[in-house]
Design a protein around this ligand. Sequence first.
Ligand code: PLP
Length: 386
Amino acid sequence: MQFRDLKQQYHTLKAGIDKAILDVAASGAYVMGPAVVELERMLADYVGTRHCLSCASGTDALMLALKAWGIGHGDAVFVPDFTFFASAEAVSPVGATPVFVDVDRETFNINPADLENKIQATIREGELLPKVIMAVDLFGLPANYPAIRTIADNHHLLILEDGAQGFGGAVDGKRCCSFGDISTTSFFPGKPLGCYGDGGACFTDNDEWAALIDSYRMHGKGASKYENVRIGMNSRLDTIQAAILQVKLQAFDKELAAINKAAAEYTARLADIVETPAVPAGFRSSWAQYTIKLNSNAERNGLQAHLKGHGIPSMVYYPCPLHRQMAYRNSWQPESGCPVADNLCDTVLSLPIHPYISLGEITDVCNAIKTFLQRENGHQGESGQA
Ligand SMILES: *Cc1c(COP(=O)(O)O)cnc(C)c1O
């Protein structure tokens, strides 16, 4: 069994993908070819923003957004403590400081009440100027944007949506990567919309920021390529990757329906025996991960070993909260910490899920989980009686 079966997807889309790759090879336009511009138009239309600017990775997309806003030394960017390292990592190269915010236990996403606390603590401390809220759509579920927007407006902060895992998610029909003042995504192969290497994109309705991102991604170009008006980066999406993504985007809605069906099958079988992921009313997840919560670290580790023994792959996303990462050991953080993120890192487990997973595979995973938990709870019962 595969954790995320990318080969099966390739097999299904093979004719279109092979042709797309060979067409680019024959065209000679390898960097910023026509497929890149076409893909950007398709993605902007899909998400519902005026602009889409592709780039070399999801990490670069976050950095490009921060650069376009002129975020730098002395600025605070509020980042959820429970996310992939890149969310925070993108903040540091521009000179700004990530301030870690605890997450909501039910949704795994940034907790608006703690966001307000951490903003207040940062203002009291007085060293950093609050500038940006980076909201992450973790595991495919959109963050709580109505609450985040209220807080952003009160404190005059910008919202940067890290939609690396969120592409395909939605709230009341409004799609992920349209919630931020600038939003970003990643096309890393395992993400909901993945290519065959690295890639990413920024989305915005703001013409001025779009023009700045376009400049920053190409060495700070001005009116022409060899007029450099600012220090930029070399961060472009390869034409071959754009061509592959066009084929995958056309299959995306069907895959999204299939992965939502798979998630519903898991929840139907598991909700009575383990804490399954919550999807608030009106929200749609793209199920970058299907993540359950166990009662303790020992139970989580025991279950993972049990599944492995049955040939079932599982992953711990994420084993370490960002505020405890060695790389940020010297970074100032509010004293209240992030206890929910600490607990989640000890107890979460992500199960195999992808659009091509079979009902038989889902049933096998659920049966293995049931066997393990019944044995565990049986032991507890025995010791309770003794
Ligand atoms: C994958 C990921 C990124 C980084 O994307 P890359 O394309 O790998 O650079 C950023 N944030 C989150 C939440 C991610 O999952």
